[in-house]
Design a protein around this ligand. Structure first.
Ligand SMILES: NC(=O)c1ccc[n+]([C@@H]2O[C@H](COP(=O)([O-])OP(=O)(O)OC[C@H]3O[C@@H](n4cnc5c(N)ncnc54)[C@H](O)[C@@H]3O)[C@@H](O)[C@H]2O)c1
Length: 307
């Protein structure tokens, strides 16, 4: 709103809407009929989403939601480093990276092989990015594992630890590494953690206690970091997707095709989500249009949690 009021053609109309001044239509500026003088008004909202020259990381971006969100940030102009386990990137990743390169204008999508459970290694990689690029602005911690399906009374401590190591400690390490660079450059930043609707409600008829617990922990991790980093203008928010069709969910769907109908009917929109339906919210949280948003969780789940 304040940017709207800064000297644009819209400012008079906005001020009028807010009751701060009375527009005075003239022959060259007949506000009353929807025209704004000789030149058409320029929308400024797109500038608030622009990420030109911003630098960041997306963990788990070799595929799935991470790759989709990394592409969204690159389309907006960012230079993004994807961190994921395989020693070389997937064909999907290479296709997206080439697409980003072809868009040009400083955009970049590079692959780094790394394991988010290794705190010091991730910290060192992210520090290198900061040193090479001379800035650090955005982080999406998307790396995650579903873990095994085991009845709660049987769930072993080792299996439980493995899920928490990636989904909780891995997110902590990723956000910490990014936060250190954001503090280093002193220009604030945006950290986005991919939690899950499973952090708020339990997936009916699925024995995923470690996963659900880990995603709940991510919600509190984000609120805690939002409180810690607010004074440095580093914002920390979570996105909580519902059932989205990716390789993670495809494995379960292929084993039990009847799940498709069960999952679709568990939300008012009556369908599974698509990875690209996370692009807008990731772009919004990464950029300046969400500048007053921190410590929030955004559910993107087709309304899964309303019932
Ligand atoms: N797909 C869904 O329905 C859904 C719903 C809610 C939340 N999520 C969350 O979204 C995120 C992305 O999920 P997705 O569906 O794209 O899954 P995915 O399995 O397609 O992608 C996850 C990525 O994380 C990477 N990864 C796993 N362990 C890692 C580690 N130790 N270090 C670095 N990278 C590692 C994997 O290699 C993979 O590329 C996860 O955190 C997941 O829990 C997914």
């Amino acid at each position: 709103m304040f940017s709207l009021l800064r000297g644009s053609n819209c400012s008079r109309l906005t001020a009028h809407r807010l009751g701060w001044s009375t527009p005075s239509p003239t022959s060259s500026s007949p506000v009353g009929d929807g025209s704004f003088g000789v030149s058409a008004p320029k929308p400024s909202i797109f500038n608030e989403f622009a990420l030109k020259d911003r630098v960041g990381i997306v963990s788990g971006a070799n595929r799935g939601l991470g790759l989709e969100m990394a592409l969204a940030l690159c389309e907006l102009g960012a230079k993004i480093y994807a961190i994921d386990l395989p020693s070389t990137p997937s064909d999907d990743f290479k296709t997206v990276a080439n697409y980003v390169k072809a868009m040009g204008e400083g955009r970049k999508l590079e692959y780094i092989s790394g394991d988010v459970t290794d705190q010091l290694a991730i910290r060192a990689e992210v520090e290198k990015i900061g040193t090479n690029e001379g800035r650090f602005d955005v982080c999406i911690a998307a790396a995650g594992v579903l873990g095994p399906t085991i009845p709660t009374l049987e769930f072993g401590t080792e299996e439980f630890d493995k899920v928490l190591a990636v989904n909780v400690k891995g997110v902590l390490h990723t956000a910490q590494a990014a936060g250190r660079q954001m503090v280093r450059f002193g220009k604030g930043g945006s950290i986005i953690m991919i939690a899950s609707a499973s952090g708020t409600v339990v997936n009916r008829d699925h024995e995923w206690i470690a996963y659900n617990t880990s995603k709940s922990a991510v919600l509190q991790l984000a609120r805690n970091m939002a409180a810690d980093f607010g004074p440095q203008r580093i914002r920390v928010n979570t996105i909580s997707p519902g059932y989205i069709y990716t390789k993670m969910t495809a494995a379960a769907l292929e084993a039990q095709p009847e799940l498709h109908e069960r999952w679709a009917s568990a939300n008012p929109l009556g369908r599974l989500g698509l990875p690209e339906e996370l692009r807008g919210v990731a772009a919004w949280l990464a950029g300046d249009s969400s500048a007053y948003c921190t410590g929030s969780d955004i559910l993107v789940c087709g309304g899964h949690t309303v019932w």
